[in-house]
Design a protein around this ligand. Structure first.
Ligand code: SF4
Length: 392
């Protein structure tokens, strides 16, 4: 099965070539009619097998929501709070360490730090909290908490801190092997009044691309991705994937591309917006695989439950972070599947499941060349294939 309308897979995917589809081809495929979908999926699956045959990875993690205060107001976000709102919380160092230690006991290797973007710029309450903790900014506090987890536990920190300057990329890279920032979309019109990124100044695509570029200049393994169903068009999705491809061609540091689908939650500003359909999600993942044939592509299983194994048909090679302990604070109403369930479903599709570290095997060399504790800890956590030593 190699024919995908209106192109043949061999025409667009030559083994060893990173180029992948052209924009015109991708735009045609991402809107392909239903009868053509099986062909598109077969091509994507074939491309995945050329890239990483027979294996799907995941990272066993604990989720550390360091602070849910945020200066942005994204229309789809249920995580963020203003000071004084029910549930508003900034974790203490003791709380951070307690979660990390529990995760360690459950065989986790990743401490995923999630937090709002620079809340102290908007809220005097956050400035006061930071002052009491002994820090001047959220990023300084994050840096200290990553250093503590790295020093005190076997977990590897993977922060998702929002926009970063070159200086902050450098500082956080000294305490974490990899980090992440979702590009989400290159469509800047989503910052218009009433759109998803209205009142979210940190979601300006140009600013996010700058952070990704800074990480590239410093060769820091970086996770990014797109968020679909927030008001962007299928062509915008292609353009976002192309922007990521360009970064990768220039710097080679994008270790993972997440395709995340918007899910409706009660109480969010976008509570009455439609979710992307299963067909839209599968088309986007498959086109991502064909545009980025030699990059790691991930989609979160909890956001496609109960039919998440369909994502394997669209060419993903990773399930992302799965926690045996902490809920998905970003999508709390969608629990993660048990690792055993994930394993069974993955095997049923002819793939074996392997536990990786937050930094992908092919990016370990970049981390090992850094001086200090990060390289040392990563070395201690990796097996001979670069996956997690304590495999599930
Ligand atoms: S998605 Fe991130 S940046 Fe946007 S409001 Fe939520 S926490 Fe803040």
């Amino acid at each position: 099965m190699s024919k995908i309308y209106p192109f043949g897979i061999d025409e667009v995917l030559r083994p060893g070539e990173q180029q992948g589809l052209t924009r015109a081809q991708a735009c045609a495929l991402i809107r392909c009619p239903e009868p053509e979908l099986p062909g598109l999926l077969a091509a994507a699956r074939q491309a995945k097998e050329r890239f990483k045959p027979g294996v799907i990875t995941y990272s066993r993690k604990v989720f550390i929501p360091l602070t849910n205060l945020c200066r942005d107001y994204c229309g789809y976000c249920i995580f963020r709070r203003d000071p004084g709102q029910p549930g508003a919380h900034t974790m203490t160092p003791e709380e951070v360490l307690a979660v990390a230690r529990q995760g360690e006991k459950l065989g986790c290797t990743e401490a995923l730090f999630s937090l709002g973007d620079k809340p102290e710029l908007l809220f005097p309450e956050m400035r006061e909290t930071l002052r009491r903790l002994g820090y001047q900014s959220t990023l300084q506090y994050l840096e200290a908490m990553c250093a503590m987890v790295l020093r005190e536990t076997s977990l590897l920190p993977h922060p998702n801190p929002g926009l970063l300057s070159g200086e902050w990329v450098r500082r956080l890279a000294a305490v974490s092997p990899s980090m992440g920032l979702m590009l989400e979309t290159t469509n800047a019109s989503l910052l218009a009044p009433g759109a998803a990124h209205d009142h979210a100044p940190d979601k300006l695509p140009a600013k996010r691309l700058r952070t990704l570029e800074e990480a590239g200049k410093q060769q820091v393994p970086f996770t990014t991705g797109l968020l679909i169903g927030i008001g962007e068009s299928p062509e915008d999705r292609v353009d976002t994937l192309l922007a990521i491809r360009e970064l990768q061609q220039q710097y080679g540091h994008i270790q993972e591309v997440i395709v995340q689908n918007f899910r409706v939650k009660p109480g969010i500003p976008m509570h009455d917006r439609p979710e992307p359909t299963r067909g839209e999600m599968l088309r986007t993942v498959a086109v991502a695989r064909l545009l980025l044939p030699e990059m790691n592509i991930q989609a979160p299983p909890n956001l496609s439950a109960p039919y998440y194994d369909d994502l394997l048909d669209a060419g993903i090679n990773d399930w992302g972070g799965i926690s045996p302990l902490t809920p998905d604070f970003i999508n709390p109403e969608k629990p993660w599947p048990h690792v055993e369930q994930l394993q069974l479903r993955t095997q049923a599709k002819g793939q074996s499941l392997r536990q990786r570290l937050p930094v992908y095997p092919e990016f370990l060399a970049a981390v090992w060349s850094r001086p200090g504790l990060v390289a040392e800890k990563v070395r201690a956590s990796a097996d001979e294939d670069g996956c997690a030593r304590r495999a599930a």
